[in-house]
Ligand binder design. Structure first.
Ligand SMILES: Cc1cc2nc3c(=O)[nH]c(=O)nc-3n(C[C@H](O)[C@H](O)[C@H](O)COP(=O)(O)OP(=O)(O)OC[C@H]3O[C@@H](n4cnc5c(N)ncnc54)[C@H](O)[C@@H]3O)c2cc1C
Length: 304
């Protein structure tokens, strides 16, 4: 019997969600968008994959509704992405299902599931209980990718066209950087006095093989970097191995986006800046003095 339905738009999302879903019981998958193109790879984990052509939230909603009605899974699991939140909150509303986002731990029981998720800008963990059926959206990189092997089936799912028609799309200015996948991120904040000075951060990032992210003022207010560089509670949540915060004070709304980093290094000239409370390593220095020296040393080391 199907116990859980995994819903996702990328291979990475699906594999991590499958690990969580397998704690509940036998999973099936609804793969849309990029994940649909990887249906064979997903099926090779021994699961049945329903492949949806498209990633319009209305189509995802219709496909999830069809599978929910036909297969009656106990739990629907996916990542806390915009598409999943949009599509699955409509399913939750329609059937009065409990739905949680940003979940970091699950404990399935016989007739209920217990889950933990951050609140108060991730400064506290809430432990909650919901009766089946429920919708649980997890944070990225909390669960390992599902590694089981087998031969699953692929079934195309057709739910027609979206009821909501897109009249016009206005593209946001995006840099194309993929902070969610980055292993090292250099974060820039209001400690930088002008846009041109960000070249210091970019030079450091290039030497480290890192991506550049930003606090909200840099992306949203000054618009020195595109919106996809914005990290925090209202931007992106990232989980690199190393996060180097330069001229960032460490406001809770920013730190909520980086607290899954393995190591946080802070460079700030104010020794009482809040970021030092959360950083693994802190450098109390003027970034205009310290970063050029760091760049010089890294270059020397590379040349050796
Ligand atoms: C509802 C809500 C949502 C929000 N969402 C987000 C979000 O998603 N992401 C986010 O980032 N913020 C968010 N914010 C804003 C957040 O509260 C902070 O205002 C913001 O993170 C501060 O950015 P900052 O650290 O770059 O700037 P500041 O707080 O101004 O800090 C600048 C730091 O640079 C240091 N500095 C200055 N000059 C130098 C120098 N020469 N060398 C070294 N250090 C120097 C200073 O000591 C200071 O600590 C949100 C706020 C609200 C109310």
């Amino acid at each position: 019997m199907v116990s859980s339905l995994v819903v996702g738009g990328t291979l990475g999302e699906i594999l991590e969600s499958l690990t969580a879903a397998s704690l509940v019981g036998e999973p099936i998958v609804l793969a849309y968008g990029q994940a649909a193109a990887k249906a064979e790879e997903i099926a090779s984990r021994g699961v049945k994959v329903f492949r949806l052509n498209g990633e319009h939230p209305d189509l995802i909603f219709k496909a999830a509704k069809k599978l929910f009605e036909e297969l009656k899974p106990k739990v629907i699991i996916g990542h806390s992405t915009k598409n999943n939140r949009d599509a699955l909150s409509r399913l939750a509303g329609l059937y009065d299902l409990a739905m949680a986002t940003d979940v970091v731990k699950i404990e399935p029981g016989d007739d209920h599931i217990i889950y933990e998720r951050g609140f108060l800008s991730e400064r506290a963990i809430a432990r909650e209980k919901a009766s089946y059926p429920a919708i649980v959206l997890i944070n990225q990189k909390v669960f390992e990718p599902y590694s089981a092997q087998g031969q699953g089936e692929i079934v195309d799912i057709d739910v027609g066209t979206p009821d909501v028609q897109i009249v016009e799309i206005k593209k946001k200015q995006l840099s194309g950087i993929n902070l969610e996948e980055a292993e090292i991120i250099v974060g820039v904040g209001r400690g930088f006095k002008k846009k041109e000075d960000l070249k210091l951060a970019f030079e450091l990032a290039e030497l480290l093989g890192a991506q550049v992210g930003a606090s909200r003022p840099i992306a949203a207010d000054y618009k020195w970097l595109p919106e996809d560089a914005w990290i925090g509670i209202s931007g992106k949540r990232v989980a690199p191995k190393l996060y180097i915060a330069i001229g960032i004070s460490g406001a809770p709304q920013h730190m909520a986006g980086v607290n899954n980093s393995k190591i946080i290094v802070a460079i700030n000239k104010d020794k009482s800046a809040p970021i030092f409370k959360q950083a693994d390593y802190g450098v109390v220095a003027d970034l205009y003095q310290f970063v050029p020296v760091l760049i010089k040393k890294l270059k020397e080391r590379k040349e050796k």
